[in-house]
Design a protein around this ligand. Structure first.
Ligand code: IMP
Length: 191
């Protein structure tokens, strides 16, 4: 069965294609001739994931899924949340966003945070959601150089290293996106 992953992130695409290759042919936005940006204008992560999958489904009438992720910091009232990709401004880099979060957290004693990923899947006209949440803390300075985004300042619960100090394999097996993806894969392999 053909399934579109509504993302421009080729790394995410190849990762999930490899897992599902026996049963599903995962296609990219390029494969269907879509080269634009998908709007993400909602106030919550699940709504944004849903907006992205509906955007593609409505136009191409094909089975598809989309994901959305955010870092929610307790002492900042859940920020950056849906603004994680543009916390320090529209054209902000991963580093800009990470340093902005560190600055906002300066001298804050409550360092609790969580990463959340929601995947919205539309298959045979029905929508399903898959969620992955990882609780953790924000470090006081960046640690490690692997990964991307807020990885150097996010230390998941149960570990004394940040995401950026983990191998890609370990991070993927315990991460917010990893958990949501595992649920999606479990659903699709039984479908
Ligand atoms: P997206 O919805 O997957 O594009 O994620 C939105 C933003 O959240 C990204 O631009 C990153 O800043 C951040 N982010 C998402 N996943 C991760 C992760 O695994 N580690 C660190 N930052 C992440």
């Amino acid at each position: 069965m053909e399934l579109i992953f509504a993302t421009n992130n080729l790394h995410k695409l190849s990762e999930i294609s490899a897992i599902l290759k026996d049963k599903f042919s995962i296609k990219s936005l390029k494969d269907i001739g879509f080269f634009g940006d998908i709007p993400e204008t909602n106030p919550t992560i699940p709504e944004n994931a849903s907006q992205k999958s509906h955007f593609i489904h409505d136009r191409y009438k094909i089975n598809c899924f989309a994901d959305d992720t955010g870092l929610e910091i307790e002492a900042l009232n859940g920020e950056p949340g849906v603004y994680s990709a543009r916390y320090a401004g529209e054209n902000a880099t991963y580093e800009d966003n990470m340093y902005k979060a560190l600055k906002e957290m300066d001298r804050k004693t409550n360092r609790k945070a969580r990463f959340i990923t929601v995947i919205s899947l539309i298959i045979d006209q029905k929508e399903y959601f898959f969620e992955g949440i990882v609780n953790g803390t924000i470090t006081t300075e960046p640690q490690g150089s692997d990964g991307f985004g807020y990885d150097p300042i996010f230390m998941p619960e149960g570990y004394d290293i940040t995401y950026a100090q983990m191998s890609a394999e370990l991070k993927n097996s315990i991460s917010h996106r990893g958990l949501a993806t595992q649920k999606l894969v479990e659903f699709l392999t039984k479908y």
